[in-house]
Write a protein that binds this ligand. Sequence first.
Ligand SMILES: Nc1ncnc2c1ncn2[C@@H]1O[C@H](COP(=O)(O)OP(=O)(O)O)[C@@H](O)[C@H]1O
Ligand SMILES: CC(=O)N[C@@H](CCC(=O)OP(=O)(O)O)C(=O)O
Length: 291
Amino acid sequence: MDDAIRKAEILIEALGYIHAFRHRQVVIKLGGSAMEEPAALRSTLQSILFLAAVGLRPVLVHGGGKPIDRAMTAANLPTKKVLGRRYTDEATLAIVAKVLREDINDSIVRQMRELGGRAVSLHTGSTQALFGERLKLKGPDGELVDLGNVGEVNKIDGDLISSFTDAGLIPVLPCLAYDAHGNWLNVNADTAAAAVAGFLKAAKLILLTDTPGILRDRQDPKTLISSLNEAESRKLIAEGIIDSGMIPKVEACFDCLRSGVEQTHVIDGRLRYSLLLEIFTKSGIGTEIRL
Ligand SMILES: Nc1ncnc2c1ncn2[C@@H]1O[C@H](COP(=O)(O)OP(=O)(O)O)[C@@H](O)[C@H]1O
Ligand SMILES: CC(=O)N[C@@H](CCC(=O)OP(=O)(O)O)C(=O)O
């Protein structure tokens, strides 16, 4: 009986958060790392359907770094990373676009429909919502670095995204932008998700990845840092405690917080229902990143 009452109390606790976030857009970024395990992905997609069912307006932006790496290997093409971004020549771009749109995006939308939800792919032609230009990244000596067809988002069709969330559908966007000529640009998925969240002034940006959050010692999950501000993050980056794929996540969080997003979190996409634990419980999980 106690157990049954505890379960009911959990639902009542969730009710407060449902009221707080109802009708609000929540941008969820799924990294390639968080999609490696099919059962974990399924529970994440179920969680997103739950959010929509209780009146939140989730928007899903996904990457796919790991599957892209595998497709590059299968095509006998070398993977070249420059300052954490994939050098994207024409052959690489064709693979990136195929993996993101035809493999990952289609699969997510199909799985959501199989789970009883209503999701819609937003990419290509009249449903393209991300627009951008080539990323002008400076190297350590201030020189411009050539990254090929790598972009940054400079415009978002927020009306298109909102028209779907208003209708109760879940938009699913790959991290690809159109340039001014309608050609694809490969955008880092954390920065693409942050651009979407910032433009929509979302209540939250939640980045799902393959660690419990930001750890002081990556080998020890007990060293999870539950909350980090900008000064603390910069110090951890300088000390090398935050590095590689975690740096664009932290930067993405600051960017969208400055654009008016209320809360940003890095959480474990491998943990079943981590999204629900983050949104609907007082303690939350993972790392909250604040200004
Ligand atoms: N302080 C840190 N705590 C946890 N993970 C970190 C940290 N610094 C760097 N990382 C790395 O960041 C990775 C997540 O980034 P990435 O591989 O790009 O994931 P995604 O595919 O989800 O974008 C982790 O697997 C880990 O190796
Ligand atoms: C420019 C650039 O590096 N783009 C990324 C896009 C995918 C991505 O960011 O996926 P994750 O979120 O899984 O890392 C890439 O080609 O890997």
